[in-house]
Ligand binder design. Structure first.
Ligand SMILES: NC(=O)c1ccc[n+]([C@@H]2O[C@H](COP(=O)([O-])OP(=O)(O)OC[C@H]3O[C@@H](n4cnc5c(N)ncnc54)[C@H](O)[C@@H]3O)[C@@H](O)[C@H]2O)c1
Length: 259
């Protein structure tokens, strides 16, 4: 029986590939046999992420800003030129913005967060979906967050943006009705990462570091998640094993949003 988790020969485009979750995900997708197109605006970190992959991995870096339509169109076109298909699209680049309540939040930053987290996700799907619909095959996974499911103080733009990602995901899934293209999103919780540290520090400026036990006190798993644990769910959604899964928002949060 074929292993439906395997991704042998599949072409996977991953944005935010230089980041904590993106780099863990390209590692796992490559280990499952996918050919990787790794997209990020940070060229130096992107090359470091590619260097970190096992020697036999087939991975190509492409520097692009996901908010610029011409750059998004270019990374899709470059993938088609190189591989002739996009089978998996992990639409993952994102920023946290400022860590400040609404009354002090700058309009400029609010717009910037929506630009990267919402417009970037929209543009990615706008340019990848025609390819996948033509192939009549493909899996898109967007990165939302538990901040897309519940309110979260001091990160208003981020919270609004991640709610929007879930809405875009469901809309895209419906627009793919009757095709073999699936669209889902993941909602990571408190992942051990630079972004989480920035949010925790922003909420506790000038104070001693907040111990992990305090950060996870409302998380049933009683620990932070690992980027590799998000990657596992992304790799599942990318695979044929998830053939009946579309329009879903998968929490990877140790139960944080259950109560
Ligand atoms: N870390 C967490 O706890 C957590 C929890 C829930 C959701 N998320 C989401 O997961 C995704 C990845 O987060 P992470 O923790 O790996 O963060 P990260 O900051 O380590 O990685 C994000 C990557 O996106 C890239 N990026 C940012 N703006 C870009 C742009 N305009 N164009 C191209 N690339 C751009 C950055 O260069 C970076 O490499 C984000 O969407 C984030 O919102 C993270």
């Amino acid at each position: 029986m074929p292993d439906r988790f395997r991704l042998d020969g599949r072409v996977a485009v991953v944005t935010g590939a230089a980041g904590v979750i993106g780099s863990a995900t390209i590692k796992l997708l490559a280990a499952r046999g996918a050919r990787i197109v790794a997209v990020d605006r940070d060229e130096k970190q992107l090359l470091a992420a590619i260097r970190d992959l096992p020697a036999q991995a087939e991975a190509y870096p492409l520097t692009a800003d996901v908010t610029q339509e011409n750059e998004v169109a270019h990374y899709v076109r470059a993938t088609m030129d190189k591989f002739g298909a996009v089978d998996v699209f992990y639409n993952n680049a994102g920023i946290e913005g400022d860590i400040t309540p609404i009354v002090r939040y700058s309009l400029q930053t609010f717009r910037r967060v929506l630009d990267v987290n919402v417009v970037g996700v929209f543009l990615g799907m706008k340019h990848v979906l025609p390819v996948m619909l033509k192939q009549d095959r493909g899996s898109i996974i967007n990165t939302a967050s538990i901040a897309g499911l519940i309110g979260s103080p001091d990160i208003p733009a981020y919270t609004a943006s991640k709610h929007a990602v879930i809405g875009l995901t469901k809309t895209a899934a419906i627009e793919c009705t009757g095709t073999q293209v699936r669209v889902n999103c993941v909602c990571p919780g408190l992942i051990d990462s630079r972004m989480l540290s920035a949010i925790v520090e922003g909420r506790n400026p000038g104070n001693a570091p907040v111990p992990n036990e305090k950060i996870v006190d409302r998380t049933p798993a009683r620990r932070l998640g690992l980027a590799s644990e998000v990657a596992s769910v992304v790799a599942f959604l990318a695979s044929d094993e998830a053939s009946y899964v579309t329009g879903s928002a998968y929490t990877v949060d140790g139960g944080r949003t259950t109560a």
